[in-house]
Write a protein that binds this ligand. Structure first.
Ligand code: CP
Length: 303
């Protein structure tokens, strides 16, 4: 039985296969509309979500399957003290595959110990978010046609942003990647990610506090929100939340074919006037997430 807890559990060949399947689903949706007939997906969300939960549910429905689950811990028996391990044992009796999000880093690994069905990590604390990374990879592939040779700017909360951590680990396996890490000092990328992925793989990177300085070099600009829910001190969040706001004017020096991605939700970090710019890809990215999750469900169910 195969789970997906960390993006590196998928080889680059498997990621290429998932992208191929997702693109085939986009071209031929009818071919896939009954693939999961009789199967059930449980979405266990101990932390809020719009895109991840609903795209998983839409994905399973478009594959002809059914969905069950909960969208907040308070509406589950976790609120009575039930452990993650017990919750997973129980839900394994009802569903064929489980997508779970939890505020505690490592909770999906704990889940795999008692799971009778595949577990998908739909985000664990400030740690990882592998299905967002699959979404990002499909978007980059469709927009740029390659993963090699890209200069990728990652901007905002690089400390707590789990989508950034997973994307760096995934992209560190491709050739000639360069990262521009744009953040305030307090929200810099954790040292373990720099050591384990960037330095270990001799990947070029620059740390800067300036969004403008490297704009003309970027092929991808990946904006992120400052993760309010991970701060211990509200004053720090208020001070840092508007560190970067991407506007139409700031995009003027960018390459005409640069692409702006954002895992969403957006707070203030991308001005709405950027939405009409052809380089803005974050709503296409949302749709790609559904197709990539369809491909992943098929793979983990062995269909
Ligand atoms: N990108 C993402 O994880 O969004 P949600 O928190 O809405 O699921």
């Amino acid at each position: 039985m195969r789970h997906l807890i960390d993006i590196l559990e998928l080889s680059t060949e498997e990621i290429a296969e998932l992208i191929k399947t997702a693109e085939d689903i986009i071209e031929n949706p009818k071919k896939y509309s009954e693939k999961c007939h009789g199967k059930k997906l449980a979405t266990l969300f101990f932390e809020p979500s719009t895109r991840t939960r609903l795209s998983f549910e839409a994905a399973m429905m478009e594959l002809g399957g059914n969905v069950l689950g909960f969208s907040e811990a308070t509406s589950s028996s976790a609120s009575k003290g039930e452990s993650v391990a017990d919750t997973i044992s129980v839900v394994s009796c009802y569903a064929d595959i489980i997508a779970m999000r939890h505020p505690k880093e490592g909770a999906p690994v704990v889940a795999t110990r008692t799971a009778g069905v595949p577990i998908i990590n739909a985000g664990d604390g400030g740690h990882n978010h592998p299905t967002q990374t699959l979404t990002d990879l499909l978007t980059i592939h469709r927009e740029k046609g390659t993963f090699d040779g890209l200069t990728i700017g990652l901007c905002g909360d690089l400390k707590f942003g789990r989508t950034v951590h997973s994307l760096i680990s995934a992209m560190s396996r491709y050739k000639n990647i360069k990262f521009i890490l744009i953040s305030p000092d307090e929200l810099k990328l954790p040292e373990y990610i720099i050591e384990d992925f960037l330095e270990k793989n001799n990947i070029e990177y620059i740390e800067t506090a300036s969004l403008e300085e490297y704009m003309p070099e970027l092929d991808i600009l990946y904006m992120t929100r400052v993760q309010q829910e991970r701060f211990f001190n509200e004053q720090d969040y208020i001070r840092l939340r508007d560190s970067y706001i991407l506007t139409k004017e700031k995009l003027i020096p960018a390459k005409p074919d640069m692409k702006v991605l954002h895992p969403l939700p957006r707070v203030n970090e991308i001005s709405v006037d950027v939405d009409a710019d052809p380089r803005a890809c974050y709503f296409k990215q949302v749709l790609n997430g559904k197709y990539m999750r369809m491909a992943l469900i098929l793979k983990l169910l062995g269909l």
